[in-house]
Design a binder for this molecule. Structure first.
Ligand code: PLP
Length: 763
């Protein structure tokens, strides 16, 4: 008997509500074990190690310009007595702001780095920030991104190699403090305990970790403190006063004030509100404040020196090195850096200093660990640059309200019905079932959803949320173009501006979707960095968001990224699994025995799986892209099958990476699965054994494609074809009379030109 559509919607609404609020069964949130603080490493233990500094306070300089405004520096004795504390104290006593210079280790070549560090010291640099190269520097602008790529290509691809540079520089006479600056994953792969020990032994003085906010960094701060290494927090213009208070507690030497809401890179002007911003931080801490991002010339150095205790310059130094040309000798590069830096250092004299520190050095209080809600077991979390922390807090708060708001739920379901055309059918596939010769195969027809794939469910949900947040500019990334098309569609319907980042390689293989997005009024920006596929598009979208966070919502397209994105995307996609449940009950009065979906980032799969997680009788199977084969290096993206745990794009998850924490290149016939990470909830389901994941090669996916075309008259997307092939193999092993559902995530129209080309047909 058919259930009337209204009754079905009511059932769906009823079943959707609990799915929007529960975590997967058995999710016991905890910190990744590698990062648990070593026993006995409490803040108290750290503070009992702190000894009074050896350097005595000197008489204040006679010039009024050099006299601290608020009071004399506090009697030292509360901090770690490090080179860093002494450096800021000395600078203060000279009446100067400390000059903090950044270079990327290994740029332009490994052979240059130590000489460049020595040249920076010779030019008057007070503190060196040594950039640890990383494949995915999400908060960095073009200059630093490029230096990272060049350094990695030249072999400087690990924390260990950076420590070697520091060791050698110390042996050759470097005396200024060195801070390692980078992203968390390479540090995480090195191992927290070894990292602090080896960093101290190499002669470095601390860390700046761009994507390690205090909520995630407690263990890191503690183990650094045990070796009297400083953890320097970043504070952004978007940081609230409450947050600033929390951030400064973890500091031991100085605070890095990010001058702009944006990525690194030279700029022609300093922001107008810089003095207010630095003043806001000064109200919460007596420690030195160094200001960075975008500072380019001596005049800007002078302006910053007048409002802080330190001036950070990075991209401008790297540009100086670049301008020496590719054939320059190390000595020529070092000479250019020394000259450039000494020109900038001349601007550090503090003519009318404000916001002066009154304390050098303190023992940090490690921050509390992150909340359980942000995790799926050991996976997930929120590894984000500080600029985004307020936006994530806002999204989290808004979504917590929305997910229990019946009006919002009703609005979402109304769009599912009227705009998307849902509930999409659940259809028996008799000929495919016969072919497989095992379980009955059912097809959940998300390919019939408006725009041709499941992506539209999440696009509508998030766009409605963005409207409530008052954000009128939407950015998105896309791989196959389906999420881009869905976002462009929803933005057109709701009157929102839409910008879509898409890897240049994907733009080429999914040309039709680029045209569809343009037709719908969206701007498509081809991404030329990295491998020019989905991961790089996500990095670029994040950079846009870091810059425009106040006006923009990042409508992420899969169940990936920092908390709460994986939960939000999952919840909007749970409409798939919920409908399967209702329809199976209606047709057979039972649950399916297995559900199968393809996994790129994992949104259609988690939307299919999640409503069944607690139904132990339902087997959950994900099909990943095995590309050219798992034995082919960089030839696949079977993340859950062969990846290892680490942090990528804001979450602890599985990644295809090398042991140094650099993400690998990947390959798949299908742009939508070509991603070296995966949503953290899948990482949890794999680790807990609740779901099983298998790899399907390009050739097998094409077989799956043909099977569905020829047996059922449905042309699936290449992504979906992976699930079809995998499902047929699983169905073969199941008993007759058992029921398996494949989520047909999308239709294959977009793939026709690519498949025609593969088969030598000119269309
Ligand atoms: C049709 C289709 N299925 C699946 C995917 C993979 O995404 P996810 O793993 O988030 O479902 C894509 C991505 O573009 C897609 O277009």
């Amino acid at each position: 008997m058919m259930v009337p559509i209204n009754a079905l919607l009511l059932l769906l609404a009823a079943s959707l509500t609990p799915a929007l609020s529960f975590l997967p069964a058995g999710a016991t949130p905890s910190l990744p074990s590698q990062l648990h603080p070593p026993s006995g490493s409490s803040p108290a233990a750290a503070s009992s190690n702190a000894r009074a500094p050896a350097f005595a306070r000197q008489a204040p300089p006679s010039s009024s310009a050099a006299r601290p405004l608020r009071s004399a520096l506090a009697e030292p004795g509360t901090g770690f007595n490090t080179r860093l504390d002494k450096t800021f104290q000395d600078a203060k006593e000279r009446g100067q702001a400390a000059f903090v210079g950044f270079i990327t280790a290994g740029y332009p070549s490994a052979a240059d780095t130590v000489d460049l560090m020595l040249a920076m010291q010779a030019g008057g640099t007070s503190v060196i920030e040594l950039g640890v190269p990383y494949t995915d520097p999400q908060a960095d602008g073009a200059t630093i991104q490029l230096t990272n790529q060049i350094a990695i290509k030249g072999g400087t691809d690990s924390v260990g190699k950076c420590l070697e540079f520091v060791k050698e520089a110390r042996a050759r006479g470097l005396t200024v403090p060195v801070i390692l600056m980078g992203y968390f994953n390479p540090f995480y792969q090195y191992g927290a305990a070894n990292l602090a020990r080896d960093t101290a032994a190499a002669g470095a003085d601390g860390f700046i970790v761009v994507d390690l906010p205090p909520e995630e960094g407690s263990a890191f701060v503690t183990s650094a403190a045990e070796h009297k290494l400083s953890y320097v927090p970043l504070i952004a213009p978007t940081s609230t006063d409450k947050r600033i208070k929390q951030l400064v507690e973890g500091a031991s030497s100085f605070i890095y004030c990010v001058s702009v809401t944006g990525v690194t890179g030279s700029r022609t002007e300093l922001p107008a509100d810089l003095t207010d911003f630095v003043g806001r931080i000064r109200k919460q801490t007596d420690l030195p404040l160094a200001v960075g991002f975008g500072i380019t010339d001596a005049a800007q150095v002078g302006q910053v020196a007048a409002i802080g205790d330190g001036v950070v310059v990075g991209s401008a130094i790297l540009n100086t090195i670049k301008e020496c040309g590719p054939d320059a000798t190390t000595a020529e590069r070092a000479g250019a850096v020394e000259k450039f830096v000494s020109g900038l250092v001349a601007g550090t004299a503090q003519s009318s200093p404000a916001n002066q520190c009154t304390v050098v050095g303190k023992v940090p209080t490690p921050p509390p660990v992150s909340s359980d809600e942000s995790r799926f077991g050991d996976f997930g979390g929120q590894f984000i640059p500080e600029t985004l922390s307020e936006a994530f807090r806002e999204i989290d708060e808004e979504y917590t309200k929305l997910k229990v708001d019946p009006e919002f739920q009703a609005e979402f379901l109304r769009y599912r019905k009227e705009f998307i055309g849902g509930p999409t059918p659940l259809q028996f596939a008799p000929r495919l079932t016969e072919f497989a010769g095992g379980a009955n195969i059912w097809l959940k027809r998300e390919d019939l959803a408006h725009t041709g794939a499941h992506k539209i469910n999440n696009a509508i949900g998030q766009a409605l949320m963005a409207k409530r947040l008052g954000k009128k500019r939407i950015i998105a990334e896309t791989g196959a173009g389906q999420h881009g098309v869905a976002t462009a569609t929803v933005c057109a319907m709701l009157g929102l501006e839409c910008i879509v980042y898409m890897g240049a390689v994907d733009c080429e293989r999914q040309k039709l979707n680029v045209f569809r997005m343009n037709t719908l009024g969206a701007t498509v920006i081809p991404v030329e960095s990295g491998q020019r596929t989905l991961k790089d598009a996500i990095n670029e979208a994040m950079r846009d968001w870091v810059t425009n966070v106040r006006t923009t919502h990042y409508l992420i397209g899969s169940a990936v990224g920092p908390h709460p994105f994986p939960t939000i995307v999952r919840d909007f996609q749970c409409v798939i699994g919920n409908e399967i449940k209702v329809m199976m009950k209606e047709k057979l009065n039972k649950l399916p025995d297995a559900v199968v979906a393809c996994v790129g980032g994992g949104s259609n799969a988690i939307g299919t799986f999640h409503p069944f997680v607690k139904d132990e009788s339902v087997a959950l199977h994900g099909a990943e892209a095995g590309g050219k084969g798992l034995d082919v290096d960089q030839g696949h993206c079977a993340t859950l099958t062969v990846g290892t745990p680490g942090v990528l794009q804001g979450a602890m998850t599985y990644i295809i990476q090398n042991k140094e924490g650099q993400s690998s290149l990947s390959s798949s016939i299908s742009a939508g699965l070509d991603y070296v990470g995966v949503g953290p909830e899948h990482a949890f389901l794999k680790a807990s054994g609740r779901a099983k994941y298998g790899a399907v090669t390009d050739t097998q996916a094409l077989e799956g494609f043909d099977m569905l075309c020829k047996f059922e008259g449905i042309i699936p997307a290449l992504e979906t074809s992976h699930a079809v092939y995998h499902a047929v193999q699983i169905a073969k092993t199941m008993k007759k009379g058992e029921d398996l559902v494949i989520n047909l995530s999308g239709r294959g129209d977009k793939d026709m030109p690519q498949i025609a080309k593969l088969r030598g047909v000119d269309v």
